[in-house]
Write a protein of this length. Structure first.
Length: 199
């Protein structure tokens, strides 16, 4: 699906009109809860086990971030090689969450939901699935990071009780060898780390 304003792949959906947008054309503004369109979607969340699901996760990762490799918490990950949960309708993958374990935490590496299915609870459901697994494994916290420009992601994770606890200045700019333009033209420089304590 293409951005409504250009030919780039869309990553976000307008909460008011529903048009899909790439990060370059997203604009941030205040919207009351009554104007956010909630979409009812039937889906189920399961661990990605089939090779077809893993190929779909790889395609989604490239669509959302333009590359398969993610740098987070000073480590590089190939997202499609990690364990993942997918949210699926009767026939399609609507979103995914990839993760890995550390000694005392579950680390969320990538979370993506197709723009047309955002604001339907899928992202929350995926995080809750990983949180349940972390608790089952007696992990002490969930960890995730995002870029300084990704205010929608920051709002989303904080709404799920994550807290910013560390900022790594210039981590993303150094990975790419330059400062990129992000959401609303904000410069992408820093990695913001968030945690949710489970015990």
């Amino acid at each position: 699906m293409k951005c409504n304003s250009c030919e780039k792949n869309s990553v976000y959906k307008c909460s008011v009109c529903g048009k899909t947008l790439c990060p370059e054309h997203v604009r941030l503004r205040t919207i009351c809860p009554f104007c956010i369109k909630k979409r009812k979607v039937e889906y189920r969340i399961n661990k990605a086990t089939s090779s077809k699901e893993k190929v779909t996760v790889r395609k989604l990762v490239k669509r959302f971030w333009g590359e398969e490799e993610q740098l987070t918490f000073n480590r590089k990950f190939i997202v499609s090689k990690l364990p993942a949960y997918t949210a699926k309708s009767a026939k399609d993958v609507l979103g995914f969450l990839s993760f890995t374990e550390t000694a005392d935490a579950m680390l969320i590496i990538a979370l993506g939901v197709l723009p047309q299915y955002q604001n339907s609870g899928i992202g929350r459901g995926l995080v809750e699935k990983v949180e349940a697994e972390a608790k089952r494994l007696q992990k002490k916290k969930l960890l995730v990071s995002t870029s300084n420009d990704d205010l929608p992601a920051l709002a989303f994770y904080q709404s799920l009780d994550f807290q910013i606890y560390e900022i790594k200045p210039n981590a993303i700019a150094e990975k790419h060898g330059k400062v990129l333009d992000g959401i609303s033209g904000l410069p992408i420089r820093d990695e913001l780390r968030l945690q949710k304590k489970l015990s």
